[in-house]
Write a protein of this length. Structure first.
Length: 255
């Protein structure tokens, strides 16, 4: 119904003022989005922070220095070969006895153009060096048929999807990603008695089984990206749109 005089129609100055307010709000929202993207990109490109944990495993007779790497997500714009080589050098400088990789070597990024390939993502990891070996498991972004074939072309890392290996005093039991096959009960039962590391991509796998790890067993995982996007006063953004993270980062008790 057209507005007629005397029926409370907004005046020209009122409409212009409302339009200016609307444009100001839209401009502030766009500025906030740009600043958030810039801050996220800065964090994504920052030098990784090495976090150390000292953990005692029942039955362990000697100390083992283990480096855990996860979610390198090779691809443009934040993880190209130069940066991945720098991370490999950073890890090697710690002189670990054992290096474990917890999956997601490929990007899965909207902005990855030109497209990155697994044949580019894995070769830098072959430079990782540790006397007890370098072992890996797949993540949900790692294609289950092609990843083992490409990784087998290089000496390291050795893929441990659904199998285990003795690495010095520790048994390493490799899980597959739950995106490929979900069998945490079988993997825990397949783990040899004694000090052992359960290497997996998704830590939630421990919530999907009634089989509890035995004394001397420690699970190592990735996938959470430390919460990915952390909002002030709120925490991980995914808590607003999905199930809260049971373990964001660090040492957690899951099972």
């Amino acid at each position: 119904m057209p507005c007629q005089s005397g029926m409370g129609c907004p005046s020209g100055p009122s409409m212009r003022r409302a339009l200016r307010i609307l444009l100001a709000v839209v401009g502030l929202l766009l500025l906030a989005a740009v600043l958030l993207f810039a801050w996220g990109y800065h964090n994504a490109r920052a030098r990784p922070v090495i976090v150390e944990q000292r953990i005692e495993l029942a039955g362990a007779k000697q100390p083992v220095r283990v480096a855990l790497i996860s979610d390198t997500h090779y691809g443009w714009p934040d993880m190209r070969t130069g940066r991945l080589n720098a991370i490999v050098s950073q890890v090697n400088a710690q002189k670990p006895d054992l290096i474990l990789l917890a999956g997601d070597y490929m990007g899965g990024k909207w902005l990855d153009w030109p497209r990155s390939w697994l044949e580019e993502a894995l070769p830098p990891l072959a430079a990782l060096k540790a006397p007890l070996g370098v072992y890996a498991v797949p993540g949900n972004h790692d294609e289950p048929l092609w990843t083992p074939r490409v990784m087998a072309r290089q000496i390291a890392p050795v893929l441990l999807a659904r199998r285990g290996v003795q690495a010095g005093p520790l048994w390493i039991q490799g899980f597959d990603s739950s995106a490929h096959i979900n069998e945490p009960t079988a993997m825990i039962r397949a783990t040899k008695p004694g000090p052992a590391l359960l290497l997996m991509h998704e830590p939630e796998q421990l919530l999907w089984t009634d089989e509890k790890p035995r004394p001397g067993q420690l699970a190592l995982a990735g996938h959470t990206h430390g919460g990915q996007v952390l909002l002030p006063f709120i925490g991980p953004a995914r808590n607003l749109i999905g199930d809260p993270l049971h373990c964001r980062r660090g040492l957690c008790k899951m099972n």
